[in-house]
Design a protein around this ligand. Structure first.
Ligand SMILES: [Zn+2]
Length: 79
């Protein structure tokens, strides 16, 4: 039985590329989440936290409990 070195090498390269892509996606999500949290904290400082940036209505606490970085109420987010 002979091992096809070339195809094995190609497979592990694809594997490495896939892992790299997944690492990049994870990193991008973290960077994005950090930016959203920073924005939420800035709104907290400005006294604008919990208010819909679109219509100015209060965002329900139950909604903010799920994701404190949300900037819009249910109606505006779905509209
Ligand atoms: Zn709204």
């Amino acid at each position: 039985m002979t091992l096809d070195q070339q195809s094995v090498g190609r497979l592990s390269r694809m594997d490495a590329m896939q892992q790299q892509a997944m690492a990049n996606a994870t990193h991008a999500r973290r960077v994005q989440m950090r930016a959203r949290i920073a924005a939420a904290l800035a709104r907290l400082d400005a006294g604008e936290f919990g208010w819909c940036e679109e219509c100015g209505e209060a965002i329900p606490e139950s909604r903010l409990a799920l994701d404190p970085t949300l900037m819009r109420c249910v109606g505006c987010a779905s509209g």
